[in-house]
Design a protein around this ligand. Structure first.
Ligand code: OOG
Ligand code: MG
Length: 244
């Protein structure tokens, strides 16, 4: 069953076609949903993609409320999802993509996982479910809607990462404003949550991996040709252009 559900999600992503929610009918709880997520990521790795890190989700109150839960979730990032800073996102391969501003951490093994550097980032999410509508087990199984990410320039972690202004711009206009405080009060807590989840699930966090801390504002739908930029106080900017 796990493998059949992973196949359904994989085909939805490969064909850029939304599918109905599946967790309730399959009786999936969060643990079962993580099994599906693992099987789904395995399919990407089998096609030659490589693990690039992890992404934290539902780290903001707005998102928790949207899904009706109060727990943090995570998903896996592969190199196939990476967009160069200033690069192009191929929208034709996505269903109903949205962008959200985030903070990225660069992980180092020291020998325990620690933060080596921080960067402004953008995440592209693209739920494989119709209407971008899902339950908690649905979104976990769907690799937490992961579809793409952009990381801006790395820099040493500044003092006070907990209340930096964040802007999301589309075509030069500010469409969302927020603060890194929206990310669990301090994005470093998202990093700690990643370390905790890894410990609990037997995932080995590797040197050089990226940890996306979670959205600092609501996500905005993407349209062909959009220029998208995240601006994070003290950290700088990350951007991409959606294909037309
Ligand atoms: C789920 C992914 C959540 C975040 O930053 O909170 C997430 C979704 O909103 O589709 O990436
Ligand atoms: Mg996100």
């Amino acid at each position: 069953m796990i493998s059949e559900l992973a196949d359904r999600l994989d085909r939805a992503a490969l064909s850029a076609t939304a599918i109905p929610r599946l967790a309730a009918a399959a009786g999936l709880d969060p643990a079962g949903a993580y099994d599906v997520q693992r099987a789904l990521v395995e399919r990407r790795l089998a096609r030659g993609e490589r693990m690039a890190g992890v992404k934290m989700g539902l780290t903001s109150r707005a998102k928790m409320a949207q899904v009706g839960v109060d727990e943090v979730i995570w998903g896996h990032l592969t190199d196939g999802m990476r967009i160069d800073d200033g690069g192009v996102l191929d929208l034709t391969r996505l269903i109903h993509a949205r962008a959200e501003p985030e903070v990225a951490f660069l992980l180092s093994h020291d020998p325990e996982p620690v933060v080596r550097a921080v960067a402004p980032a953008l995440e592209v999410i693209d739920s494989r479910f119709e209407g971008f509508d899902f339950s908690l087990p649905d979104v976990i199984a769907d690799n937490t809607s992961a579809a793409g990410f952009v990381v801006g320039p790395w820099r040493p972690v500044p003092e006070g990462l907990d209340n930096l202004g964040v802007l999301l711009e589309v075509n030069g206009r500010v469409v969302q404003t927020g603060s890194t405080a929206a990310i669990l009060g301090d994005p470093r807590r998202a990093f700690d949550a990643a370390v905790r989840l890894a410990g609990g699930s037997g995932v080995e966090l590797r040197d050089g991996w990226i940890v996306l801390a979670g959205a600092a504002t609501a996500a905005v739908p993407l349209n062909p040709g959009d220029h998208v930029r995240a601006v994070v106080e003290k950290l700088g900017t990350a951007s991409f252009k959606a294909s037309s």
